[in-house]
Design a protein around this ligand. Sequence first.
Ligand code: FES
Ligand code: FES
Length: 211
Amino acid sequence: MPKKFTFTVNGQRVEVDAEADMPLLWVLRDKLGVTGPKYGCGVGVCRACTSHLDGEEIQPCTVPVSECDSRKVTTIEGLADGGALHPVQQAWVDADVSQCGFCQPGQIMAAVALLKRTPEPTDADIEAIENMCRCGTYPRMRIAIQAAAAMMDRPGQKKSKEPKRQDASQQSGAEAEATEPPASRPTTQAPKPTEQKQPEDDESLIGSLFD
Ligand code: FES
Ligand code: FES
């Protein structure tokens, strides 16, 4: 029997009538029209739906809505601060990470969670992110995460505003080879970007592709 659940989604209080065991992903996409979190596998494997619950990374396809009552859900739509992109989103744009875009909202939310846990991640930390990308954008995601880490100021820690990143298009052959994805992931090598996206294209990173 449906019950009423009240929680916050991207800063807005919402009330939904749903079965207690309905996955949060269904509630977000089908009841609330929040389509940034993508439906891939539905069983917590692909991580295309990655979002945050009270600031912690979750896969909403595996979280029943009853667990969200009185809590705060953040999806890719709630990451930017008004008109200002989150540093991870900005780094994604700068590194021209996205290809088809389907996995990217979840990738960005996973990267934000990683940088919250580990402000200065190693390559191994970044490779431990389990989100899948069929387009093989792993090398550019690594560049973007390292750039975002350099951009983000931390309390009691001074960081350069200029990220020490290297654009994928500027990598030497040896460096490009060194950024190949781990063997456990799809091995398709992402092509080098040939042109910088225009600002309007960046909307695709905010989570509305493939609604
Ligand atoms: S849809 Fe695949 S982990 Fe949620
Ligand atoms: S950009 Fe296409 S699946 Fe990741």
